[in-house]
Design a protein around this ligand. Structure first.
Ligand code: GLU
Length: 434
């Protein structure tokens, strides 16, 4: 909580060698932004505009707990940039949410939507709480009061939330209902990742994991490696990691290790992913799964494998362990899993990193499809959703790869360059309203 009060936006001039606070996500985002901005020769005025969020709201969320006591949580919503369209980005419920994390995640959403060229800006929300210790009723009251607190920014044309860490379609249903009650009619396009019964898109739940699978498939093809028989390690077994593991296995890969916050499981013959998913559905976590040997979370990242898929939280690959990563490909299912300092180490080792703003863009891409379907009132088949998702992921990967070859930069820098140039173009066209 303490760092909520710190001025977080005080560095005005780019200082490209700073990795002073390696684990600060906003600095991690800015270090990559600075590098790409430099290569693009971004005008100083635009640089200043794009390094600042448009708007950040911090709300207190008083909630009557089941015990009868009142608890006050803190909620944040950061609208980073809306030049290309309505702000878009998830809401996470987590104990470790900070203002700088939410700002970084909102900036990443801006770059992500621009990389895959969908007509959205970027935003993110977070509530500092431990949802795993809360009842369904308490979660609903937190969601509704948080929604009411940020309601002025929400709307299909202004800011459209979605699920993120520890939130899901049920949370989106409460959010949509609260918003609709406030405006007096049902507005399903105010959020995405809703239950299918109330306007959610088919394929949205699987979209981020599916996008990771497609990006991995493209990376393997680029490196001249067959998909069949490739070994895969998945760190984080939530909505993204579990689906990516399942789909990569269906493509013929061998998933040799998986983990979640309770620890990991290693099986060199291959983990039975469906069984692991069924275990989590029943027990919430992988604890007691037993489909291999237990392995620590730190060790799982350093396993010999073809593809490492970090799919949980930020900063799991840092300057401390990057030199020990043995994967050929890192596919960033999570947002910000690699620190800025670790980028150079992975580059030196020749690891091909598919950066978060490209690798996990499948989720927001199908969110866009959901928003389009809600607004047109015409719903697509799952096959059509998946075909259109595949087209966007394959084309975006190719565009980023082309830029990375042209400028002799890695895929991360190329993704930032593509995203920043798209956002900057619109800013230039629109000018500054005074
Ligand atoms: N939370 C997801 C992300 O980080 C999805 C965001 C969205 O669909 O708006 O990309």
């Amino acid at each position: 909580m303490a760092d909520l009060l710190l001025p977080t936006n005080t560095i005005v001039h780019p200082d490209k060698d700073r990795f002073l606070h390696e684990e600060n996500p906003f600095e991690a985002m800015m270090a990559r932004f600075d590098r790409a901005a430099d290569l693009l020769d971004l005008e100083p005025g635009l640089y200043k505009v794009l390094r600042n969020p448009e708007k950040t709201i911090i709300v207190s969320i008083p909630v009557m707990m089941d015990s009868g006591e009142v608890e006050v949580f803190t909620g944040i919503r950061c609208i980073y940039n809306t030049s290309r369209g309505p702000a878009k980005g998830g809401i996470r419920f987590d104990q470790n949410v900070t203002l700088d994390e939410v700002k970084a995640l909102a900036a990443w959403m801006t770059w992500k939507c621009a990389v895959v060229n969908i007509p959205f800006g970027g935003s993110k929300g977070g509530v500092i709480c431990d949802p795993l210790k809360m009842s369904i009723g308490e979660l609903e009251r937190v969601t509704r009061r948080y929604t009411a607190g940020i309601i002025a920014t929400l709307g299909p044309d202004s800011d459209v939330p979605a699920p993120d860490v520890n939130t899901n379609e049920r949370v989106m249903a409460w959010l949509m209902d609260t918003y609709s009650m406030h405006v007096g009619h049902t507005v399903n396009a105010v959020t995405t990742g809703k239950p299918v019964a109330m306007g959610g898109s088919l394929g949205r739940r699987e979209a981020t994991g599916r996008g990771c699978m497609i990006a991995t498939r493209e990376a393997l093809a680029h490196l001249g490696l067959p998909v069949k028989g490739r070994t895969v390690v998945v760190q984080g077994f939530g909505n993204v990691g579990s689906i990516a593991a399942e789909l990569l296995q269906a493509e013929g890969c061998k998933v040799i290790a998986i983990s979640d916050r309770t620890g990991g499981w290693y099986n060199k013959k291959g983990i039975d992913v469906k069984h692991a998913i069924a275990h989590v559905a029943e027990h919430q976590t992988l604890e007691g799964f037993g489909g291999g040997e237990p392995i620590a979370n730190e060790q799982i990242l350093e396993l010999e494998c073809d593809v490492l898929l970090p799919a949980a939280l930020e900063n799991v690959i840092t300057t401390k362990n990057a030199a020990n990563i043995k994967a050929k490909i890192v596919c960033e299912g999570a947002n910000g899993p690699t620190s800025a300092g670790a980028d150079a180490i992975l580059d030196d080792k020749g690891v091909f990193v598919i950066p978060d703003i490209l690798a996990n863009a499948g989720g927001v891409t199908v969110s866009y499809f959901e928003w389009v379907q809600n607004r047109s009132g015409y719903y697509w088949s799952e096959q059509l959703v998946n075909e259109r998702l595949t087209e966007i992921m394959v084309n975006s990967f190719a565009e980023v790869l082309k830029l990375s070859k042209l400028h002799r930069v890695n895929m991360r820098t190329a993704s930032y360059m593509l995203a920043i140039s798209r956002v900057a173009t619109v800013h230039k066209l629109r000018g500054i309203y005074a």
